[in-house]
Design a protein. Structure first.
Length: 752
């Protein structure tokens, strides 16, 4: 194309031929454009059209010459923004091209090209702000670690030093028997370090420190989760059931041997037929007053104890939950210590144990089924803190109500619902540490003329991981709060604490499941390799959502607790009463839902913790009031309460979710207020804001539907979430390093 006028078409020809394929649409679009340009002669039009012959594409030499001409123009004119401007310059500022500038721009659009992107593709150099973002830290990582560890820092450091030893190198054998024995050996080492008995009374060899025990469980969860569950079954479920449900005679006889792992045991509650419905279990414990014994019996195969940790290989005794039968009377579920193997690991007469076999995860834990055929145990084997059989063979209890006694007994075991979510939290931290550290180093794509860009610089990747990191930090402080409430509990507070622990177990474990899935996908095929550990974290934590109580069932428990608190005053409430409950008073209702508030979008307002808390409280109270009002209407209309609850079950989950989100937000706010270090506080405020706004964004449909916000406000919140992700990105690696996960535990090659 020696004709300078015709050189105007070089950018267009190069773009349509650069992928070596001229499509029918491109041919048709260009042909129509060329033939419509009256300033082109017939001969020029024919020459142009000859360059669009699909059977005779330009050679590579010609394509390279076209590209070189375009790049030469751009190097001398760096402010060029479109192909039409390039066309003008290539044609020596031909007036006809200038006159048809708009038509060239329209053609660019019709061909599906973006001028800015085209120019960037031809650029020899890149000064992209996306490319330039990099990891840094505005705060001392060690100071944030100290805040996260809190008063438990000494025991956390001790556990980390133990699990960093070579003997704790991960077991890679696919032989389940080998894996189980390795986990058992690890538990023995931890027992020798007096970690297993940490929660037991000092007079029975323990540390009398339940807070340290929970910290041990969480810290061990940076290592192999089969170890955590084996540890929890032995020292938590088995040992703490003896401690919580038994009395001095049981402590003296069993606790030292349980704490040293001389006496491996099980917690045999769940039955095949009844799952979470503990009240419905069918195993019986029939009292014989003449022999002062109980006979433990499984009446049919579906009443067998199922999924019992430590049962398949190592357990020698079990806390067995069974219906106490005296004469013809059923006194409900009670707990009994039942031997299942002798010291040589031989299964005892009348006991049948089967291996649950290979599982989705946690294959270092020997889960099994247990059934009993008329197994006789002495009277003293009844764990009798809350109920017993007296010397006359009569049932007696300090708690006269069967229902209250049952829930009091289960309430003493609520510690498991604190240990499991903290373990899940550690798994989420591990997954995020691997994914974020990898994303900071893994490069993919980039601007033309520039280097490839770390994938954590891409907004969508930040969107995938950083709100989850914020949620993990929020959950950390919320679980510390739940632990503290449990430690200083009073009897009157127990229903609320049980509901809170149950809810946070569901909240944390569901969150971990979602986080690890996102981490897996965010690391691509690398995370599919077992060496990078996300597969093990995913598989091992899957069951967390259903053991220690199915999450959906637990959320129903939380909602019922909230309703019981509300019901005290709801019966007398009219519409104005509900408004006062939700807002505090009618005046607040008017101010919060007026058009100015629902449309307010300035940054100061959106970042304000008072706005966040008000929004979370409003959703919590409104969903609760709505569910209560609907329940009352259904029951007043003649529906049985059981049926009414079934009708509103989906609303019950919303009630629980809104309550828990408010608790988590509130505890994050309070935790930040206690931080003295300015730099640490500043970054945690950003992390908090990201949690708050990303949760509001998640629930924006509800807020829009209710009229609490308008679309202009939820759009502004979305933009603010994007900006916070961008602002936090440089600190993301430092934020996961603050978890201080030992390198030997993190282990994933992609994290380093």
């Amino acid at each position: 194309m020696e004709n300078s006028t015709l050189k105007a078409f070089i950018p267009l020809f190069y773009l349509v031929w650069s992928d070596d394929l001229l499509t029918e649409k491109e041919f048709s679009t260009l042909k129509n454009f060329i033939t419509s340009q009256s300033w082109l002669s017939k001969k020029d039009q024919e020459l142009m059209l000859s360059k669009l012959d699909a059977k005779n594409p330009p050679s590579r030499v010609v394509l390279n010459s076209w590209k070189a001409e375009i790049e030469a123009v751009l190097s001398l004119n760096p402010t060029v923004k479109s192909t039409s401007e390039i066309a003008i310059l290539l044609s020596d500022n031909n007036q006809a091209i200038k006159n048809n500038h708009i038509e060239f721009l329209k053609l660019e659009n019709d061909l599906g090209f973006s001028g800015d992107e085209i120019i960037a593709d031809f650029s020899k150099e890149s000064n992209s702000f996306t490319s330039n973002q990099a990891a840094s830290s505005s705060f001392e990582i060690e100071k944030l670690t100290e805040i996260l560890d809190g008063e438990q820092a000494p025991i956390i450091k001790k556990v980390k030093s133990i699990i960093s030893q070579p003997v704790f190198a991960y077991e890679t054998s696919t032989d389940t028997a080998v894996y189980r024995e390795k986990v058992f050996e690890w538990c023995k080492i931890l027992a020798k370090e007096n970690l297993g008995n940490m929660a037991y009374p000092t007079e029975y060899g323990g540390g009398d420190n339940i807070a340290d025990y929970f910290a041990i469980m969480e810290t061990l969860s940076y290592h192999d989760l089969s170890l955590v569950i084996k540890f929890g079954v032995q020292f938590g479920l088995w040992g703490m059931s003896v401690h919580s449900l038994g009395t001095e005679k049981h402590y003296a006889k069993y606790l030292r041997d349980i704490g040293s792992l001389k006496l491996p045991g099980c917690f045999a509650m769940t039955e095949t037929n009844h799952g979470s419905n503990v009240k419905g279990m069918e195993t019986t414990a029939t009292y014989n007053h003449e022999t002062k014994t109980f006979t433990i019996h499984t009446p049919h195969p579906k009443a067998q104890k199922e999924y019992i940790g430590n049962a398949a290989v190592h357990g020698q005794m079990a806390t067995v939950f069974a219906k106490l039968i005296i004469g013809e009377t059923d006194y409900g579920v009670n707990a009994f210590i039942v031997p299942i193997r002798d010291s040589n690991s031989i299964v005892l007469k009348g006991v049948t144990i089967n291996d649950c076999g290979l599982k989705m995860g946690l294959n270092g834990v020997d889960n099994g089924t247990i059934s009993f055929n008329q197994v006789v145990i002495p009277k003293e084997n009844m764990l009798d803190r809350f109920a017993s059989v007296n010397e006359n063979g009569e049932f007696e209890s300090p708690i006269p109500s069967d229902n209250r006694r049952f829930f009091t007994m289960l309430g003493t075991l609520v510690g498991g619902r604190i240990g499991i979510p903290r373990s899940a939290l550690a798994a989420a931290k591990s997954g995020l540490a691997i994914a974020i550290r990898y994303s900071d180093k893994r490069r993919q794509f980039g601007p033309e003329g520039g280097s490839e860009v770390p994938i954590l610089n891409y907004r969508i990747h930040q969107r995938r991981l950083l709100p989850l990191l914020a949620k993990t930090y929020a959950t950390h402080f919320a679980l510390k709060y739940v632990t503290k409430r449990f430690m200083v509990r009073t009897e009157i507070e127990m229903p609320e604490i049980e509901a809170l622990a149950a809810g946070m177990k569901a909240y944390s474990t569901w969150s971990t499941t979602a986080i690890l899935q996102e981490c897996r996908e965010a690391c691509g095929g690398k995370a599919y390799l077992s060496e990078n550990r996300i597969d093990a974290l995913k598989n091992d934590t899957e069951v967390y959502t259903t053991f220690e109580g199915d999450n959906t069932v637990l959320m129903q428990l939380v909602a019922k607790n909230r309703l019981s608190e509300f019901r005290k005053s709801f019966g007398k409430m009219d519409t104005m009463g509900i408004i006062q409950y939700v807002y505090g008073n009618a005046k607040t209702a008017i101010s919060e839902k007026n058009p100015i508030a629902t449309r307010k979008t300035d940054a100061e307002h959106l970042m304000d913790e008072k706005f966040h808390l008000s929004a979370f409280q409003y959703r919590e109270k409104t969903t609760l009031a709505s569910a209560a009002k609907r329940l009352k209407k259904l029951i007043d209309g003649g529906l049985e309460p059981y049926d009414a609850f079934n009708v509103v079950q989906h609303q019950m989950i919303d009630v629980a979710q809104a309550y828990l989100e408010r608790i988590v937000l509130e505890q994050f706010q309070l935790a930040i207020k206690t931080i003295a270090d300015k730099e640490v506080k500043a970054i945690l405020v950003k992390v908090y804001q990201l949690y708050a706004l990303s949760q509001i964004e998640k629930n924006k449909g509800w807020y829009l539907e209710d009229g609490y916000m308008e679309a202009v406000k939820t759009k502004a919140i979305r933009k603010m979430v994007n900006q916070l992700c961008w602002d936090i990105r440089p600190e993301a690696v430092a934020l996961v390093k603050a978890f201080d996960i030992p390198d030997s535990c993190l282990a994933a090659p992609i994290a380093f």
